[in-house]
Design a protein around this ligand. Structure first.
Ligand code: DAH
Length: 350
C-alpha cells in the first residue's frame, strides 16, 4: 500500500473509497483466477475508477486537476499491487506443489525386469569359448550365398539332391543365389583369402526348407576348419573329445562312425556318450548309450583344389554341428520349436 497516496486521498473521498475497496479485493484473492476477476472489477473499462476518469471532462474546472492526478495515481498504484499479489500467489502455488509432489529419494526404485541371453546365444558363446581356448579364430560369412560356395566348391556338383528346390531356399529372380544351407561355404571363403595354417570356427544362421519338432527353417551351426601340415583323423578325434568334455562333462567320450559328406574324405558322424545315462542306455539315447552331435571328416582334396591349396603339402579336418541340437542335449529340451516360440516361461529357465 502506498502511504503517501493514502494521505493525499484524504482530499478525495470518492477515490479513497475506490482505492480501499480494490486493495481489500486484491489482498483477498486466494488464486490467480480471483486476482484476474479483481482486476476486471477495479481496473476494467466498466470499473468505477475508469468511469470516474472518463467523466473528468464534464467536471467543474476546479475539480478536474485533483481528480485527474489522484485518479491516475490510484490506477498506477493498483496495477502495481496486482503484480505484487500475483507474484506472491505464484510462489505460494509453487511451494504447495513442491510440498505435495515431494519425491522421497530414499524409496527403493521400480525394479527393472532383468533380461537374459537366449539359450542359443549362450550355447554359441560357450562353443566359441571352448574353441578359442584351443587356439581357433572366429570367422563369419554371408547368409545369402551363391551356389558356388554353398555347393560347387564344396565338391557338391550339379544334380546333387541337396540342391533340389525341395531342400533349399533359392532367391527369386537371382540365378544361383540362395540362403546358405550350412556354414561350410565359409570354409572356402576363408581358404581363398588365407594361406595355411588355418584354425577357424564359423558360427552362424543357416536355412533349410524343413519344419517339424526337430527341424526349423532357420537354425544355427558352428563349423570348424583346421588346415596345417600333417593333420590326421587323430587330431580331429582329440579336438572333438576336448570339446565334448568341456561342453558335456569330463566323463564324456566320443566315437566316430563312417558316413558320407561330399566335402570330406573320409567322413564321419560323431557321437558323444550319453550324458543322461552315462552311456548305459536310456530313452534319450535310444538305449545305445551314444548321441550324435556332429558331422566331420578330413577335408576332401577336391575342395583344396578350388582354393589352390596343395593337398600334397597340407591336410585338414572339418566339422559342423547344430547349435540347437547341442543346446537340446545339454539342457534336456525336447522340442526344437520352443527356442523360437518366445515363451518367457521357457526362455527364463536358462
Ligand atoms: N555341412 C554339414 C551339414 O550341414 C555338416 C558338416 C559335416 C560340416 C561334415 C563339416 C563336415 O565341416 O566336415 O550337414
Amino acid at each position: 500500500m502506498n502511504v503517501d497516496l493514502k494521505e493525499q486521498l484524504k482530499q478525495h473521498s470518492g477515490l479513497a473509497a475506490i482505492y480501499d475497496e480494490a486493495l481489500a479485493d486484491i489482498a483477498a484473492a486466494a488464486a490467480e483466477v480471483e486476482l484476474g476477476a479483481a482486476r476486471v472489477r477495479h481496473l476494467g473499462r466498466k470499473s468505477r475508477l475508469s468511469r470516474l476518469l472518463r467523466a473528468i471532462p464534464e467536471m467543474p474546472a476546479s475539480e478536474r486537476p485533483l481528480a485527474g492526478k489522484l485518479g491516475n495515481q490510484v490506477r498506477a498504484a493498483l496495477e502495481e499491487e496486482l503484480v505484487v499479489r500475483w507474484q506472491a500467489l505464484e510462489s505460494a502455488e509453487l511451494e504447495k506443489r513442491l510440498e505435495q509432489e515431494r519425491v522421497d529419494i530414499t524409496l527403493p526404485g521400480e525394479p527393472l525386469a532383468g533380461g537374459r541371453m537366449h539359450l542359443i546365444t549362450q550355447t554359441l558363446w560357450e562353443i566359441e569359448d571352448i574353441f578359442t581356448g584351443l587356439g581357433y579364430r572366429i570367422a563369419e560369412g554371408p547368409e545369402v550365398e551363391t551356389d558356388y560356395y554353398n555347393f560347387t566348391a564344396l565338391n557338391t556338383p550339379e544334380g546333387h539332391p541337396a540342391r533340389s528346390l525341395h531342400d533349399t531356399f533359392f532367391i527369386k529372380g537371382k540365378e544361383g543365389v540362395l540362403l546358405r544351407t550350412h556354414t561350410s561355404p565359409v570354409q572356402v571363403r576363408v581358404m581363398e583369402k588365407e594361406d595355411p595354417p588355418v584354425y577357424v570356427i564359423i558360427p552362424g544362421r543357416v536355412y533349410r526348407r524343413d519344419s517339424d519338432a526337430t527341424h526349423t527353417p532357420m537354425f544355427h551351426q558352428v563349423e570348424g576348419l583346421a588346415v596345417d601340415e600333417h593333420i590326421t583323423m587323430a587330431d580331429l578325434k582329440g579336438t572333438l573329445e576336448s570339446f565334448a568334455k568341456a561342453m558335456f562333462g569330463a566323463e564324456r567320450q566320443v566315437r566316430l562312425r563312417p558316413h558320407f559328406f561330399p566335402f570330406t574324405e573320409p567322413s564321419v558322424e560323431v557321437d558323444v556318450s550319453c550324458m543322461i545315462c552315462g552311456g548305459k542306455g536310456c530313452r534319450s539315447c535310444k538305449h545305445s548309450g551314444w548321441l550324435e552331435i556332429l558331422g566331420a571328416g578330413l577335408v576332401d582334396p577336391n575342395v583344396f583344389g578350388f582354393v589352390n591349396y596343395n593337398p600334397d603339402e597340407i591336410s585338414g579336418f572339418a566339422f559342423g554341428m547344430g547349435v540347437e541340437r547341442i543346446a537340446m542335449l545339454k539342457h534336456g529340451v525336447t522340442d526344437l520349436r520352443m527356442f523360437y516360440d518366445n515363451d518367457l516361461r521357457f526362455i527364463k529357465q536358462f
